[in-house]
Design a protein around this ligand. Structure first.
Ligand SMILES: CC(C)(COP(=O)(O)OP(=O)(O)OC[C@H]1O[C@@H](n2cnc3c(N)ncnc32)[C@H](O)[C@@H]1OP(=O)(O)O)[C@@H](O)C(=O)NCCC(=O)NCCS
Length: 153
């Protein structure tokens, strides 16, 4: 199992994984184009078997001075609950640390997972207005049901 930065050749597999959960309303949809454009934000976990499939992905998106977002975090079902989600979040937090970013937030339908990793629920209004304007453009606005969480690292 390896964790590494995503490559452009991973984009379609990342897209398939996110779509799988978006269709179950566990994540928001992301277009393949959006994934190509933000491929440098992504990390992936891959198996070391012959097919070298992606078993998880996640992205760190810089939002503002001293603030970044963990987004598009997903682990293939059969590899869940064995610590890969935690590993990806730790790696994304390290990425933020290297950039001197100390505040990480996430918008998620799975708040309990992030609470386990030290994140605290906040009101969305505590986030910069810029993030709100992105929400306004979302197809699920205003009733997406996502919970906002923040961690100081
Ligand atoms: C949420 C998700 C990324 C978690 O990944 P994972 O690899 O299963 O998580 P881990 O095994 O690293 O779990 C870390 C801890 O969180 C807990 N946990 C995992 N998923 C949880 C959930 N849905 N609710 C509550 N706790 C959860 C684990 O039990 C573990 O706790 P422990 O240390 O006390 O044993 C994964 O379930 C997933 O891909 N879900 C579908 C997509 C999704 O909902 N993404 C959410 C972000 S938008």
């Amino acid at each position: 199992m390896i964790i590494r930065s995503a490559r452009i050749t991973d984009a379609k597999e990342i897209h398939r994984l996110i779509e799988h959960y978006a269709n179950k309303r566990e994540m928001l949809h992301r277009s393949l184009n959006a994934i190509f454009e933000s491929i440098q934000e992504f990390i992936v976990i891959k198996t070391s078997n012959k097919n070298n499939n992606i078993i998880g992905c996640g992205a760190l998106h810089i939002s503002w001075e001293d603030l970044a977002e963990i987004r598009s975090l997903a682990i293939v079902e059969k590899y869940q609950k064995i610590g890969f989600g935690r590993k990806l979040v730790a790696k994304l937090q390290n990425k933020a640390k290297k950039l001197d970013i100390k505040r990480i937030f996430t918008l998620t339908f799975k708040p309990q997972f992030f609470i386990k990793l030290g994140y605290n629920i906040i009101v969305k209004e505590a986030l910069p207005h810029k993030i709100w304007s992105e929400c306004v453009n979302c197809y699920l606005f205003p009733d997406c049901g996502e919970v906002s969480l923040l961690k100081i690292i």
